[in-house]
Design a protein around this ligand. Structure first.
Ligand code: SF4
Length: 432
C-alpha cells in the first residue's frame, strides 16, 4: 500500500517541478511515508530524527514532511499539535494524511514557492492522482483504503480510518492505461480486498464486487498475472476461490493470513473466523489448484498465548504446507483493544523463540515446495539484475534467478530451466 501511495506522491512532486535528488544530502525536500504496523517500523522512523538534524544544519533550505500511518486526522501541523511525532522529531516541518495528498501542493507552495499542480488540488480523492510508475511491468493498484475490522492488535483502523473503496470504473481505467504502457502483472492492494464495495458494482451479479473486478481485469488485454493483498478469511467467498483455475491470470499463489493456529487465540485477537474456516478455504483452493502456494501471517506471543496455542500454529504450517510465513513478534500498539484490555504478558525471549520455531517450520515446508521445480521450466518475471544475477518471481511467488548482467531483462518474462532449489530461491538457466 505504501509503495503504491509513494508512486502517487512522486507524481505530485514531479508536476510541481521537483526532480529526484541524489541522496538525502543533496535534496531540498524529504517526505517520509511511514508504517506503524509494528513498533520496530515506528522506531525506525524516530531513529531518523538525529540524521535530519544534521542534514538541516548543512542545508537550511531542506524541508521534511511526514505522511502514512503515523499521521492521522488529529495530527495537524507543527505549532498546532502536541502529537508525539512532532515532539520526538523536532526537525519535521509538516505532516499530512495520505488521503489529503491533494493538499500537498498548497503546503509546498508556502514552503518552497513551487507551483504547477493545480489540477491535483481540485481532485476529490487522492486515488485520482496517477501513480508515477517505477516498474512498467508490475503495477500496484489500491482498490480501497482503511479497514472496518478491529483486530485486537492492529492500529490500521485508527490510522487509515474506515474502509473507502474506489469505483470499479476508475480502477479499470487505471489498469487499462497501465496495460497499454506495458503492465502485465497487476497487484491489487487494500487492507481487506474481499470487503471491496464500490458504488458501481453490478447488484444483480451472483459474484461479489471483488470477484466482478477480477473477472473484468482478467479480460483486459495484456494482463497475464493478477495478485492481491490482503485477504481476510472471514470475508473471502467461494466466488473468488472459484476463479482459481478458471481465469488465466489468477496466479497459483494466495496470501491467506491466519495470525494464529489456535481458535482461542483468534478469539482474543478478534479475528472473527475459526481455524476450521481458514482450513476450509485452503482445502477448496487446493481442490482448484492442487499445487497452489499458500502464504500466511503469524504473530508470535500475542497476549496470553500459551505453549499449547503456539504449537497449534506450528502444526498448521506443517500440516497445511504453508510455504511462506510473514512472522512477527507481537508488539503493543497504542489505543488498540489489546493495548487497552489485554496483557502483553508473553516475555520477549519467548516471543523470539516462537518466532524462530515458526521460521524453522516454514523453512522445511519451503525447501520441500521448491524442490518440486527442479528440472522444470518456469516463467520468471525479472524484477532486478544485480550482483551478476537476474531474478524475479515465478507465478507461485517464488524467487528464481540465473546468471546475467543484462539490465534490459528487467520487466521481461524469461523461461528458465530450474537446476537446483536453494533454501529460498530457485536457480537455473534461461531456455529459448
Ligand atoms: S483486517 Fe485486522 S489486521 Fe487487517 S487491517 Fe483490518 S484490523 Fe488490521
Amino acid at each position: 500500500m505504501n509503495y503504491s501511495d509513494t508512486e502517487r506522491i512522486m507524481t505530485v512532486l514531479e508536476k510541481m517541478g521537483y526532480e529526484e535528488g541524489e541522496g538525502q544530502e543533496n535534496s531540498d525536500l524529504i517526505i517520509l511515508n511511514t508504517c506503524m504496523v509494528k513498533k520496530s517500523a515506528e522506531n525506525r522512523v524516530y531513529g531518523y530524527g538525529a540524521v535530519f538534524a544534521g542534514l538541516k544544519e548543512k542545508n537550511p533550505k531542506l524541508k521534511i514532511g511526514i505522511t502514512g500511518c503515523m499521521i492521522h486526522k488529529d495530527t495537524g501541523l507543527r505549532g498546532e499539535s502536541k502529537e508525539e511525532v512532532f515532539r520526538r522529531m523536532p526537525t519535521i516541518d509538516f505532516a499530512f494524511r495520505i488521503k489529503d495528498l491533494m493538499h500537498l501542493p498548497d503546503m509546498l507552495h508556502k514552503m518552497h514557492h513551487m507551483e504547477g499542480a493545480d489540477e491535483v488540488s481540485q481532485m476529490k480523492s487522492y486515488f485520482q492522482i496517477s501513480p508515477k510508475i517505477t516498474n512498467i511491468t508490475q503495477v500496484f493498484i489500491p482498490i480501497m483504503s482503511g479497514c472496518n475490522n478491529f483486530c485486537a492488535f492492529c492500529i490500521v483502523p485508527y490510522t487509515r480510518g474506515r474502509e473507502e473503496c474506489r469505483d470499479m470504473a476508475e480502477i479499470l481505467e487505471e489498469v487499462g492505461k497501465m496495460a497499454k504502457r506495458g503492465a502485465s502483472e497487476v497487484n491489487f492492494v487494500g487492507q481487506n480486498v474481499n470487503s471491496y464495495k464500490p458504488t458501481d458494482a453490478d447488484p444483480d451479479s451472483k459474484d461479489s464486487p471483488f470477484a466482478q473486478l477480477l473477472r473484468k481485469v482478467d479480460a483486459v488485454e495484456g494482463i497475464k498475472r493478477i495478485r492481491f493483498y490482503t485477504v481476510h478469511p472471514k470475508d473471502m467467498g467461494d466466488d473468488v476461490v472459484q476463479l482459481y483455475g478458471e481465469l488465466d491470470s489468477m496466479v497459483p499463489h494466495i496470501h491467506l493470513p491466519i495470525q494464529s493456529g489456535s481458535n482461542s487465540c483468534l478469539r482474543r485477537m478478534n479475528r472473527l473466523y475459526t481455524v476450521e474456516r481458514w482450513k476450509e478455504l485452503a482445502d477448496k483452493l487446493r481442490e482448484r489448484i492442487p499445487n497452489i502456494s499458500i502464504s500466511t501471517d503469524i504473530i508470535t506471543g500475542f497476549c496470553g498465548e500459551t505453549d499449547e496455542e503456539f504449537e497449534e500454529s506450528v502444526n498448521l504450517i506443517k500440516d497445511y504446507k504453508v510455504d511462506l510465513v510473514y512472522v512477527s513478534k507481537y508488539s503493543e500498539r497504542n489505543n488498540t483493544y489489546a493495548d487497552k484490555h489485554l496483557k502483553d504478558d508473553v516475555p520477549y525471549e519467548v516471543k523470539k523463540e516462537r518466532f524462530e520455531r515458526i521460521t524453522e517450520a516454514m523453512k522445511e515446508v519451503s525447501v520441500e515446495y521448491l524442490k518440486q521445480f527442479e528440472g522444470q521450466t518456469v516463467e520468471v518475471l525479472i524484477e532486478k539484475v544485480q550482483k551478476g544475477y537476474a531474478s524475479g518471481k515465478i507465478p507461485e511467488f517464488k524467487l528464481c534467478r540465473f546468471k546475467s548482467e543484462d539490465k534490459f531483462l528487467v520487466g521481461q518474462y524469461v523461461q528458465v530451466k530450474v537446476e537446483k532449489a536453494l533454501e529460498w530461491v530457485l536457480e537455473g538457466m534461461p531456455v529459448d
